[in-house]
Design a protein around this ligand. Structure first.
Ligand code: GTR
Length: 423
């Protein structure tokens, strides 16, 4: 559907007003004073001092708080099914590509996604990075045989408008973010799905995508403590894990989940909720991801809930300009991944995502990792640009903007080599 020109201009005129009363803080000196919740103090005030008490008491408490207050609770999954669409050699025989139709509720007439699984030639099972992509599988490379995304795709000119169709012009448009041949050369596989196949990224009260397939009788949309889009995408990542665990060529103990930006928030939540992800990577995940909400630096809770009301559960709206009332902050999301390795990646110019706040989440999750008997974050000050801190909680900040670059991938795979033992 095309916008009529008068509606289009009305939207353009209204844009500067959208969220104009939300002041954005970019100065450390202006940040509010706050006290972070202690991940090692249980709801009843007890100090958690053993790994057992963490697993039995505190971890479940925190998980439930993030479910009910931040991302929303996802339903129990149904067994998936899948159909192999195509398998062929790629990169001159260095690897194979399997295109697979994934039936997310096991039914061919239910929600489904097309998955690309790239695997390096190997005589043993390989570690695989599971990652959702932003623009469609056809944008990852120039490969003409990969079908255009079928679901809604974002169109930057008319951002947020429904019913966009992918076009040939976008083929290969995201390839700088996906150095697939290099990933295979380093001994890793890549499993990717277009995130819009799982839930189209616009606010439609969850009428389409994965949510609709699980809607309870008599409920028009998820309740205030039930899943928003981030939880929906994370649910999709877990279904990718289901599939990968059925593949003999994949090392089931070395599944990695990675995501950028809103999908970085998603990879952290997937890592927190699904322990099959042995290593978790967030890139420029910012507010609602690795960045501490209480700092309110760059994107704030109110701002994100205003721009993207469908990403979190409705209970999260209560924390607009009211972050201190939230029983959790994002360092506790990192702590939920413990003792598994997690890598937090920032970009210097991505101030909207608060690089320092992303670093601090790692730092304040450190005591939980130490309690569980691993190292935590090896530094307590932000490292210089481009220096990978490869302790169990890893951190890296590189120069440049909000993006995924080939050097980011080198850092991810260096970290994975170190933490998961290489090829
Ligand atoms: C921005 C949003 C961020 C980040 C980003 C993205 O508009 O404010 O939280 O998620 O989008 O996903 O590209």
């Amino acid at each position: 559907m095309r916008l009529s020109s008068s509606l289009f201009f009305a939207l353009i005129l209204a844009m500067p007003l959208y969220g104009q009363d939300i002041k954005v803080l970019y100065d450390e000196a202006e940040l509010p004073q706050f006290t972070l919740p202690d991940p090692l103090i249980a709801k009843d005030g007890t100090k958690i001092t053993t790994a057992e008490a963490w697993e039995k008491v505190r971890r479940p408490e925190l998980l439930e708080l993030f479910e009910t207050e931040v991302y929303g609770k996802a339903p129990a999954p149904l067994p998936i099914s899948s159909r192999l669409l195509e398998e062929r050699e790629v990169f001159g025989g260095k690897g194979t590509l399997r295109r697979v139709q994934l039936f997310l509720t096991g039914k061919e007439d239910g929600p489904q996604a097309e998955l690309l699984l790239y695997l390096p030639k190997s005589d043993k099972p390989v570690p695989v990075v599971a990652a959702l992509n932003f623009k469609g599988n056809h944008t990852l490379s120039d490969d003409p045989a990969i079908p255009l995304a079928n679901a809604w795709v974002r169109n930057n000119a008319e951002d947020g408008v429904k019913n966009h169709k992918a076009s040939e012009e976008s083929r290969g448009a995201a390839k700088s973010r996906w150095p697939i041949e290099r990933i295979l050369d380093r001994g890793y596989g890549l499993a990717t799905v277009y995130y819009g196949d799982i839930d189209p990224d616009f606010d439609d009260d969850f009428q389409n995508g994965i949510h609709g397939a699980f809607q309870k009788e008599g409920e028009a949309k998820p309740a205030a403590d039930e899943w928003g889009s981030i939880a929906g995408w994370a649910f999709g990542l877990s279904r990718i894990a289901d599939f990968l665990q059925q593949q003999d060529a994949v090392d089931h103990d070395r599944l990695i989940v990675m995501g950028h930006s809103r999908l970085g928030k998603t990879s952290l939540w997937a890592g927190a909720t699904d322990p099959r992800f042995a290593l978790v990577i967030s890139n420029n995940s910012g507010c609602g991801g690795a960045a501490l909400s209480r700092r309110r630096f760059g994107e704030s809770v109110r701002r994100i809930n205003t721009s993207f009301p469908h990403w979190f559960c409705d209970n999260f709206l209560e924390y607009n300009d009211n972050e201190d009332a939230c029983p959790v902050d994002q360092h506790e999301l990192i702590a939920l991944i413990a003792p598994r390795p997690v890598l937090i990646c920032s970009a210097e110019d991505d101030r909207w995502a608060d690089p320092h706040g992303e670093f601090l989440s790692g730092l304040y999750a450190d005591p939980v990792y130490r309690l569980l008997g691993t190292d935590g974050l090896a530094v307590d000050e932000m490292p210089p640009l481009d220096k990978l801190i490869d302790s169990r909680i890893g951190y890296r900040i590189r120069p440049g903007k909000h993006d995924v670059t080939p050097s980011d991938w080198e850092a991810y795979l260096d970290f994975a080599d170190k933490q998961l033992g290489g090829k």
